[in-house]
Design a binder for this molecule. Structure first.
Ligand code: IMP
Length: 427
């Protein structure tokens, strides 16, 4: 059976966690394929908010198996924190949570290196979540990393020491003011490793192959967004993994011809957290309203998110790079009350009008060209059927579908599981 993918089409925070949670009842296995605790997937149900960082968003469903794939990087301390929260809610994760032996481990010194690297960059800093993501993927591609499977080897602590010592000399090389007590950090780290070792480690590509053969349905869950992809995002202001569809193949061991539906999640407007270009960013009251009504604060870092109009040039690019087959529009409710809405359909780029995402989208090169729409005043948050959606919103949606040439099958009108409108049968 083909593996379906679910991924973000903007700069992250599109609402992937909510949709995975909504769709989980259709799947046997939910598999995270990249990223790590830089992600913050928020789920709301029964009046309660839950934030997951590394654990797949299917964990709250009794029947789903949740796999942390080989493309993910795991911080044992944060992972343990997530497990503790699940335990508080009597979620029995022991049977339903599996970890790939090939997933890499974030060491305490990876986090310190992240901080040292950012501090050394000054104004040019990436705006990293400082969770050690970049340094861990650097060690992975540099062939120095420590993997989950290594925890089963007798000499893994020796390997740990060698790598941590090397990191300490690298931190000193940065020559920036970073205070830390590695002994304390290590104490917490090794305790968390012991908890991790009590979970089930698997050869995940074999597991997925056998699951597919047994006709199990699998949903691959992405983290961050396509414009943060290490290859296709706004480099260098990106994360360090492939957040696009190809990342699911390498992050789980699924062959390209085994991919089924590709669900692309986008917000009805755009947000970005951290540094980097953002052509449709708003610095006026409209942007502030989006931030306030949309509660646009990072789920991992609490930082306020930058807000702006929907950018169709960037969205089309993301749809093509991912091969999106169905779209899901999030936070439509946040746009209620705007008199006029704008959608960027082209860029003025170095004096010319262009419709594709160019190499450089820094403000000095790119000026967005907008199409305007009438807004709507209706509160969408209590609506449950597509027939209730206001006319102006339907016009907005129709325009996007026509431009993107992909159906919008779900419109989300609030954070709760229940606030989800299905416009068409989606799988
Ligand atoms: P890093 O992946 O923590 O190194 O962060 C690199 C860039 O990606 C920064 O601009 C972060 O704000 C951004 N980023 C990383 N993870 C997420 C996420 O889950 N949502 C939104 N932005 C993210």
């Amino acid at each position: 059976m083909a593996v379906d993918l679910l991924l973000g089409l903007q700069w992250g925070d599109e609402g992937k966690g909510k949709i995975v949670d909504v769709l989980t009842s259709n799947y046997n296995i939910i598999a995270r394929f990249q990223g790590g605790p830089n992600a913050g997937h928020t789920l709301v149900f029964n009046g309660k908010k839950h934030v997951l960082h590394t654990i797949p968003s299917g964990i709250f469903h009794d029947d789903a198996t949740n796999l942390v794939g080989n493309g993910v990087v795991i911080d044992p301390v944060i992972f343990k924190g997530e497990l503790d929260k699940l335990e508080e809610q009597n979620i029995d994760y022991r049977k339903s949570l599996l970890i790939s032996r090939k997933a890499h481990i974030i060491l305490p010194t990876h986090r310190l290196l992240d901080a040292a690297s950012e501090a050394s960059k000054g104004k040019a800093k990436i705006g990293s979540t400082l969770k050690g993501i970049g340094p861990t993927y650097m060690d992975k591609t540099g062939r120095n990393g420590i993997r989950i499977g290594d925890l089963e080897l007798s000499d893994w602590k020796e390997r740990y020491r060698n790598l941590a010592d090397k990191h300490e000399s690298m931190i000193a090389y940065y020559n920036v003011d970073i205070e830390y007590n590695l002994k304390e950090l290590e104490e917490e780290f090794f305790k968390a490793i012991d908890v991790l070792k009590s979970l089930t480690f698997i050869d995940s590509e074999e597991y997925i192959y056998q699951a597919q053969k047994a006709e199990k349905s699998i949903l691959a869950e992405g983290a961050q967004g396509s414009l943060l992809d290490i290859d296709f995002g706004t480099y260098p202001f990106v994360t360090s993994s492939n957040t696009t569809a190809a990342g699911a193949c390498t992050g789980l061991g699924v062959a390209p011809n085994q991919i089924g539906e590709v669900f692309g999640i986008f917000k009805a407007y755009t947000t970005r957290v951290g540094s980097g270009p953002f052509p449709t960013e708003l610095f006026d009251e409209d942007g502030k309203t989006m931030g306030r009504v949309g509660n646009e604060f990072g789920a991992t870092t609490g930082r306020p998110r930058r807000c702006g109009w929907l950018d169709l040039v960037a969205l089309k690019y993301a749809c093509r790079v991912n091969g999106v087959t169905q779209l899901m529009m999030m936070k439509g409710d946040v746009l209620s009350g705007f008199k006029t809405l704008k959608v960027c359909t082209q860029y003025k780029y170095k004096g010319k009008t262009i419709s594709h995402l160019p190499y450089n989208i820094e403000p000095e090169n790119v000026e967005p060209i907008y199409t305007e729409f009438s807004g709507w005043n209706e509160d969408l948050t209590e609506m449950s059927d597509a027939s209730e959606l206001p006319k102006a919103l339907n016009e907005y949606i129709d325009f996007l579908e026509k431009e993107l040439e992909i159906p919008i099958t779900i419109v989300s009108v609030g954070p709760d599981r229940k606030q989800t409108i299905f416009r068409q049968q989606f799988v």
